[in-house]
Design a protein around this ligand. Structure first.
Ligand code: 6PG
Length: 239
């Protein structure tokens, strides 16, 4: 059962999200000595990353991965790595050995291949898929997650696919690297954040019938926490 939390505004979403991530990372660290978190890009998670970046102790023994990346260099304003670096990695002084950047500059397919082997080497787990402890996701108005877009071939990739290249993303830039749906579903927990009325339909679609037209609806619901603000919240069920 998906855990849905509704908050008054985007700041409250970030507060709740940061607190939940800290708890989930602490549990993973207690159980396995190290915790693995994957971060998404976009505008929604930035404030959550800032709050986490202000709490370096909560990030000890945590390794940082990425759910997706645009095929640009790490300095590019469009880079998800740059977003994470400025808001979390540098403020928390995370050592480079604990940061696993997707090399967007390599291009979609070479970058995906390189990241898949890094993940497979560092993290083994369920059915040969790497198991992350926490994946932080945003959601697009079309209910895309990471760089998994509605009706895209990436959604029907092989079961053992770890990381995929995207050359035709409907959201700019067109070339991207993304974790596969299989890896998102194998993760111990996914945390999806949304704020603003523009996301309300996508959030409802995510909670509706699983469909390749709404990639977020394909996430493993018993491992999914969703934190939204009132504007993005699904309408209350009819009595
Ligand atoms: C990306 C993201 C993408 C994002 C959604 C929502 O690299 O673009 O990972 O999946 O989470 O598009 O974006 P916003 O938060 O900007 O609405």
């Amino acid at each position: 059962m998906t855990r849905l939390t509704t908050c008054p505004d985007a700041e409250a979403v970030a507060d709740r999200a940061a607190a939940l991530i800290v708890r989930q990372l602490a549990r993973a660290r207690d159980e396995r000595g190290v915790a693995h978190v994957a971060l998404s890009g976009g505008t929604t998670p930035g404030r959550t990353y800032q709050l986490l970046g202000a709490d370096p102790a909560a990030l000890e023994h945590v390794e940082v991965w990425f759910a997706d990346e645009r095929c640009v260099g790490p300095e590019d304003p469009e880079s998800n790595y740059r977003l994470a670096s400025e808001t979390l990695l540098m403020p928390a002084a995370i050592e480079p050995a604990r940061i696993h950047r997707m090399e967007g500059e390599l291009g979609p397919h070479a970058g995906a291949e390189r990241y898949a082997s890094e993940l497979a080497t560092r993290l083994t787990g369920e059915r040969g898929l790497p198991v992350l402890d926490v994946v932080v996701l945003g959601i697009g108005p079309d209910a895309h997650i990471a760089s998994l877009f509605p009706g895209a071939a990436t959604l029907t990739a092989a079961d053992d696919a770890i990381c995929l290249g995207v050359a035709d993303s409907p959201k700019p830039p067109p070339e991207r690297i993304t974790l596969s749906l299989g890896v998102l579903r194998a993760a111990r927990s996914c945390l999806l954040l949304a704020s603003g009325a523009a996301k309300a339909d996508a959030v409802s679609a995510m909670l509706g019938e699983p469909s390749r037209h709404a990639p977020a609806s394909l996430l493993r619901r018993e491992r999914l926490s969703v934190i939204v603000d009132d504007a993005a919240a699904p309408p209350p069920p009819h009595p």
